[in-house]
Write a protein that binds this ligand. Structure first.
Ligand code: NAI
Length: 469
């Protein structure tokens, strides 16, 4: 690998367009702009090397710009093979905000190459800080350490193409240097993780005693999961399905699998467009919530003869199975908005089912099953909103990414223990506060006597940690 490479992107001639769109997003990203004006002079991230593994979109370009303005030395890859916006990657490369390795439509081999490039500086050193989304950068390091501790790990039987590609990368790294990841880990002060699935992995590693460096769970900041996951998906799910298929939602039956934050946004989005929404859940609390919102709560099996569109939003595995796909209505649309593509059993479709694939356009495939019926799969079962559209709007990502930058500042300024942390509520409230003016919100100021009466400080935090919003 040539770690001196400054970038690998699809097309540098898109840089101008990318820069214009970045400029357009500034007004919609008041949190990030405020951080630049607050810390741009002081440069608190000066001397810190940051690796990012997060969808290389225009919004992420603004996150990168912010980290750059705060002084960081940055390398970046996308965290999904389809989510890069090539004009955003080109704009970052051209302006030199980061070394960037990302393009739309990477192969899995290329994806892990990009991740490794983002993790390695030309002198062979690694990052001090990581911005992760889904945990792939963190995973590569943890697997690397495991392999160096016990090289037989490299011969482990891989359950998927994805795992094969990770192992290939690790084998190459091991061949060149048997202590490579061990040299990189001591300099890592921590990772800030963007999404539910990545956070789940971190807590698992912490529980098993395998976590190698401190982690900040950005996802569970209220101003992240209760906004991005919910209101972001409320807009970007429909955007993805529509750009892919142009289908009219009104009157259709949509089955949303999972009624967590993402599922709630998806269900509301589809209902808002006039669809009849069915919800599936395994958690009685979420099932009851869905029912009381007026959705019919059923099983996937019940939904098979009814639904025109299936959306998975669980973060779980094989929620839509081969058997399910075989029994759907002809030309049912199937897509996933959870983090990984195994929510839909794509492996069954691709290699076990004897189905025929016809590409209608990139990220939209019609699969004809042996019985003659077809289904339409979007983004090959990967995140539909980022694969078939441009992900969430800037405004909601400003909330998420302001949390990310705050988390990076925390990791840079404190030496934390090797644990998973969440951000303090006061910072969460601050992130929200930064986004009020853009929407013309006029906040009521608490009087001292009122503050005393409810037992909080006039300037917050206003809620106890257990409050659920
Ligand atoms: P969550 O944990 O709030 O919700 C997931 C829900 O799925 C839970 O209520 C759970 O009970 C339910 N569930 C689990 N297994 C199920 C099954 N077999 N059938 C039906 N329901 C099942 O998680 P959240 O925040 O809603 O995230 C969901 C996924 O979306 C995660 O993978 C997350 O990383 C991803 N995500 C994607 C975004 C995007 O832009 N596409 C944005 C934010 C999160």
């Amino acid at each position: 690998l040539d770690y001196n490479l400054a970038y690998k992107v699809a097309d540098m001639s898109l840089a101008e367009f990318g820069k214009k769109e970045m400029q357009l997003s500034e007004r919609e990203m008041p949190g990030l702009m405020e951080l630049i004006s607050r810390y741009g002079k002081e440069k608190p991230l000066k001397g810190f090397k940051i690796t990012g593994s997060l969808h290389m979109t225009i919004q992420t370009a603004m996150l990168i710009k912010t980290l750059y303005e705060l002084g960081a030395d940055i390398r970046w890859a996308s965290c999904n093979i389809f989510s890069t916006q090539d004009h955003a990657a080109a704009a970052i490369a051209e302006q030199g905000y980061a070394k960037v390795f990302a393009w739309k439509g990477e192969t899995l081999e290329e994806y892990w190459w990009c991740t490794e490039m983002a993790l390695t500086w030309p002198d062979g050193s690694g990052p001090n800080l990581i911005v992760d989304d889904g945990g792939d950068a963190t995973l590569l390091i943890h697997y690397g350490i495991q392999a160096e501790n016990d090289p037989s790990f490299l011969d482990k039987k891989c359950g998927s193409k994805e795992e094969e590609c990770i192992m290939e990368r690790l084998k190459l790294a091991y061949k060149n240097d048997t202590k490579r990841w061990h040299k990189i880990v001591p300099a890592i002060r921590g990772v800030s993780e963007e999404t539910t699935t990545g956070v789940h992995r971190l807590y698992q590693m912490e529980k098993e005693g395998k976590l190698l460096f401190p982690a900040i769970n950005v996802n569970d900041a209220v101003t992240k999961s209760k906004f991005d996951n919910l209101y972001g998906c409320r807009e970007s799910l429909a955007d993805g399905i529509k750009r892919a298929t142009d289908i009219m939602m009104a009157g259709k039956v949509v089955c949303v699998c999972g009624y967590g934050d993402v599922g709630k946004g998806c269900a509301q989005s589809m209902r808002g467009l006039g669809a009849r929404v069915l919800v599936t859940e395994i958690d009685p609390i979420c099932a009851l919530q869905a029912a009381m919102e007026g959705y019919e709560v059923v099983t996937v099996e019940d939904a098979l003869p009814l639904a025109d569109i299936f959306v998975t939003a669980t973060g779980n595995y094989h929620v839509i199975t081969g058997e399910h796909m075989s029994n759907m209505k002809d030309e049912a649309i199937v897509c996933n908005i959870g983090h990984f593509d195994n929510e839909i059993d794509m492996a069954w479709l691709e290699s076990k089912s004897n189905s025929k694939k016809m590409q209608i356009k990139p990220q939209v495939d019609k699969w004809t099953l042996p019985g003659g019926k077809s289904i339409i799969i979007l983004a090959e079962g990967r995140l539909v909103n980022l694969g078939c559209a441009t992900g969430h709007p800037s405004f909601v990502m400003s909330n998420s990414f302001t949390n990310q930058v705050v988390a990076q500042l925390e990791l840079a300024s404190k030496k934390l223990e090797t644990k998973v942390y969440t951000l303090p509520k006061k910072l969460d409230e601050e992130v929200a506060r930064l986004h009020l003016a853009r929407l013309g919100v006029k906040l009521t100021t608490l009087r001292q006597d009122q503050a005393d009466y409810i037992g909080v400080a006039v300037d917050g935090p206003y809620k106890p940690d257990h409050y659920r919003y």
